[in-house]
Design a protein around this ligand. Structure first.
Ligand code: ASP
Ligand code: MG
Length: 425
């Protein structure tokens, strides 16, 4: 067999019939086989399913409307893609909705994260069914596979960790066989299953990571993530005027960027690829002839400043009740709470009488953390902040970024400058 390639198409690239036709064109025009194609849920389906899950707990009267919207969205796309030949696809989709309704007719499970994963997987299952039916109509050979049969995980629902040995051997069996027979596999990103065949997910936007896991296990020659951007940019074009595409960056640079919050690829994606030296391409699905960005082991020198903004940050200032020093034993107590609530600390600083952390404003997690900490500490909270990270900064860029903002906290380490800021009103 030739070396395998892995493609990943995100939600935006399958959001409607036109988008799915474009995926078909890309798959038809690339001669590359064997090819594994990982696909996300259509458009904003995962958010819509999250609303359904919340409604199941808090607002069940609203469930029929929400589920109906989801059905109509998928069935409309199915009809306009397959005009006239959609019956068997509609039957497949119907089976999925029946299964979903079974879950929703029961009481919601007491374990929210478990329940979430049993429901959220329907987005990926439905989208891949639709793409697969369209490819079949286009006579593009492939086999549809349920990723839960080979992405094997632990039971950390909503943030499941790959069980590498089981995953490797399942991929060797199911995926290699299908590739051997059909040349191409269509499967879901993001979803997996426990040894007890319960559904799990790898964290929001986790499809990129699925593509990397497959590439690792299959010793792929490359991974291509098809996106609605020209490649990896020096900053978010929605926020900044003068942004440029990065032609090539190293794995290490990509790891740094995603660690600091760059949203182009899921942070866990790079490591498995780096371990096997598999290059990753980020390319625009609306201009498939363009090169995009290449991420590989080649170290790049003289990179321009790269800016990552994480909005909606909160600064928590934690001090002892008697205003004595915050000592090491306090820190270990503080971090116990932080890790128990699975909160990611984006920046921290200790001062004489307080310990300061900067975290994302996720209200439910933060409320719990604050409650716990208030048993022993005095807490103040400042909301509405941005965390700006600049790699390879220069004076000009930093001056420009500081303009019009109050700088709350600033730090520089190696090639990375960071600041927590507040817009002047
Ligand atoms: N559909 C999932 C999400 O929106 C996973 C993904 O797209 O990567 O988070
Ligand atoms: Mg997505």
């Amino acid at each position: 067999m030739n070396r395998i390639e892995v493609y990943k198409f995100g939600g935006a690239s399958v959001k409607d019939a036109e988008a799915i036709k474009n995926v078909g064109l890309i798959l038809q025009s690339t001669p590359q086989r064997p090819l594994v194609v990982v696909i996300s849920a259509m458009g904003k389906t995962t958010n819509a399913l999250e609303a359904i899950i919340k409604a199941h707990y808090n607002d069940p009267a609203n469930l029929p409307t929400l589920v109906d919207q989801l059905k109509v969205y998928h069935e409309d796309v199915a009809r306009s893609l397959l005009h006239g030949q959609e019956q068997s696809l509609l039957n497949d989709l119907h089976d999925l909705w029946v299964e979903l309704n079974w879950i929703l007719e029961d009481d919601p499970h007491p374990n929210y994260n478990y329940h979430y994963d049993q429901i959220i997987v329907f987005g990926e299952l439905a989208s891949t069914k639709i793409v697969s039916a369209y490819l079949e109509m286009q006579k593009i050979d492939h086999q549809w596979l349920d990723a839960r049969s080979f992405i094997k995980t632990d039971s950390e629902f909503r943030e499941a960790r790959i069980q590498w040995e089981q995953t490797q051997s399942a991929i060797d069996t199911f995926v290699r066989d299908a590739l051997h027979n059909e040349g191409m596999v269509i499967t879901q990103g993001f979803i997996g299953s426990t040894p007890y065949n319960e559904s799990t997910t790898l964290g929001r936007e986790g499809s990129d990571y699925t593509a990397a896991v497959l590439a690792y296990a299959l010793d792929a020659s490359s991974v291509t993530i098809w996106k609605d951007v020209p490649g990896i940019m020096t900053a978010d074009p929605k926020r900044f005027d003068k942004v440029a595409r990065l032609e090539e960056i190293s794995y290490n640079e990509a790891i740094e960027m995603t660690y600091y919050g760059a949203k182009v690829i899921h942070p866990k994606t790079i490591k498995p690829l780096q371990n096997k030296d598999i290059p990753l391409f980020v390319r625009p699905f609306d201009q498939p002839s363009l090169f995009g960005t290449k991420i590989s082991s080649t170290e790049t020198h003289f990179l321009p400043p790269i800016i990552v903004v994480e909005p909606e940050q909160v600064l928590l200032q934690i001090s002892t009740r008697d205003f004595s020093f915050v000592a090491e034993e306090h820190l270990s107590e503080i971090f116990n709470h932080i890790s128990r609530h699975r909160i990611k600390v984006n920046m921290m600083r200790n001062t004489a009488v307080s310990f300061i952390i900067c975290v994302k404003n996720e209200t439910d997690k933060l409320d719990k953390l604050k409650n716990d900490l208030e048993q022993s500490f005095h807490i103040t909270m400042e909301v509405g902040l941005d965390l700006i990270t600049v790699r390879h900064a220069n004076q000009g860029v930093m001056d420009q970024l500081r303009r019009g903002k109050e700088i709350i906290l600033e730090e520089k380490f190696g090639d990375t400058d960071r600041m927590i800021v507040k817009e002047w009103k």
